[in-house]
Ligand binder design. Structure first.
Ligand SMILES: [Zn+2]
Length: 484
């Protein structure tokens, strides 16, 4: 079943009581937030402390924080292992045929045809095999990140506020142990994810086996050692290997993932995916599907490190992927993705055909630490690559376009779902802070000042009556024009 169908089903299933609980919490948070003098220091973490683990309604991604950690001295971000491709190098071919200009376009067509559905190989060997990081019995004290050496020095608060992520010692409960049922759910969910990407992305297939260096452990928090045979013999029928772990996380972070090996063109060939056993439940199945698509997108290329390797059609390194500038209208520094397909699909989505539209905004991280792993929530709301994922998340053409603009993949845009937020709202919508929005998006700013706050979207519009009908997914009330 396609994930987008899952999402649709889930949206239909959303029952009223649950919806009102969500609304109540949002309202409470809006109030808390507006009363707080330093909102940037108080990221919305409402599910984490308002609700128990079984009721988690969204996934908060910690990819930016992981990248920050990987920058620490002595930690390797990734290694490079060249692969053999059928058309071993386009630039070589171009050298032979370079003078025949007409030949080039034909060559590009051939290159396009060369791409085949991506083969993601999932390896579960490490599940339950990191003694200092996996919860095996209740009461085990395991590491999250790199805490001080003696246990008890810095205990994690599983419902932390703040931090939801950091270096600490975690006290295992029954929910954190990956028993047979949870492992079964894990395989099912990741299998579906790999299948979704097989249909969504094509890649120049690796010729023969995928070669991996295994030079250092792959991934985050000590990573995962690659199986020896992968290094010695390679992995047959694979374009990307994902090494899976089931270590605990805190807060409402269901999973995380990073790339750890790249080929000579910068494409990820190995990655580490961690899924918290606590969230491998029947209740979280739909949310987990969306979360895993989100996290694997980071491994595949939605990652500021990967941006540095993006290629154009001729496999030349792209000079411009993002552009950072001080935006006077928004009153802050803004990072925008200026990739050609992203710009084109954004123009069509927003109806932003003015030359003032130059690129699609990334989340700025509130001015702290790293940023650049997610779309700006204000503009893309329930798009899957914003910083928080829920059961209403959809994959838009803009995200697929970003992956295609990497030069590594060809995207199947029929896998994209319809994103209603911002549709045909014009350049003004994209360029303005939300308090200046008009029409259906107009927010009654007299109720709360949260609307002008530029970082978080969940709480910026209190209950208001809109002048037009809200998109179906945003309706929390019987009246089609009433929302939060
Ligand atoms: Zn993310």
């Amino acid at each position: 079943m396609e994930t987008k169908d899952l999402f649709r089903r889930a949206s239909r299933k959303l029952k009223k009581p649950l919806v009102f609980v969500v609304f109540k919490i949002v309202l409470v948070l809006v109030c808390v937030k507006s009363a707080n003098a330093e909102p940037q220091e108080n990221k919305l973490q409402w599910q984490s402390h308002e609700l128990g683990s079984k009721d988690v309604l969204s996934h908060s991604c910690i990819h930016d924080q992981l990248l920050e950690q990987r920058r620490k001295p002595g930690r390797k971000e990734y290694s490079v292992t060249p692969q053999v491709y059928a058309e071993s190098s386009l630039s070589n071919s171009l050298q032979h045929k370079g003078r025949a200009l007409l030949g080039i376009s034909r060559l590009f067509e051939r290159q396009k045809d060369v791409k085949k559905p991506i083969r993601i190989y999932l390896n579960y060997d490490a599940v339950g095999h990191s003694p200092d990081r996996d919860c095996r019995t209740v009461g085990d004290i395991v590491k999250l990140g790199e805490p001080p050496v003696y246990p008890g020095a810095l205990a994690c608060n599983p419902h932390g506020d703040p931090p939801i992520f950091g270096d600490c010692w975690y006290n295992c409960t029954l929910d954190d142990i990956s028993g047979e049922d949870k492992r079964h759910r894990l395989r099912k969910a990741l299998g579906k994810t790999a299948d979704w990407f097989r249909r969504a992305l094509a890649v120049e297939p690796v010729k023969g086996s995928l070669r991996l260096s295994g030079y250092s452990a792959c991934g985050q928090d000590g990573g995962v050692q690659l199986p020896r045979e992968y290094v010695e013999e390679g992995v047959a029928n694979a374009d990307l290997v994902l090494l899976v772990t089931t270590r605990p996380t805190t807060g409402n972070t269901l999973a995380w993932a990073v790339a750890c090996e790249r080929d000579q063109w910068g494409r990820a060939i190995a990655g580490h995916v961690n899924v918290a056993p606590r969230h491998l439940t029947a209740e979280a199945e739909t949310l987990l599907s969306a979360t895993l698509i989100h996290e694997v997108m980071h491994v595949l290329g939605f990652d500021p490190h990967a941006f540095a390797h993006f290629r154009d059609e001729r496999k030349r390194r792209r000079t411009q992927v993002t552009v950072q500038s001080l935006d006077e209208k928004l009153g802050r520094m803004v990072t925008r993705v200026v990739l050609p397909r992203v710009v084109m699909h954004s123009r069509y989505h927003y109806g932003a055909f003015s030359e003032n539209f130059t690129g699609l905004e990334l989340e700025d991280g509130g001015g702290r630490g790293t940023s650049g792993s997610h779309w700006e929530k204000r503009l893309l709301m329930n798009e899957i690559m914003t910083g928080s994922v829920d059961t209403r998340s959809v994959v838009s053409k803009m995200t697929l376009a970003l992956l295609e603009d990497s030069g590594w993949y060809q995207a199947n845009y029929s896998m994209a779902d319809r994103l209603d937020w911002g549709r045909n709202q014009g350049t003004e919508f994209v360029a303005s802070p939300c308090n200046l929005w008009k029409g259906a998006y107009h927010c009654n700013t007299t109720q709360l000042s949260g609307c002008t706050y530029n970082r978080e979207a969940e709480g910026y519009c209190p209950i208001v009556s809109y002048s037009g009908e809200l998109p179906q997914w945003a309706r929390y009330f019987p009246q089609a024009n009433k929302g939060v």
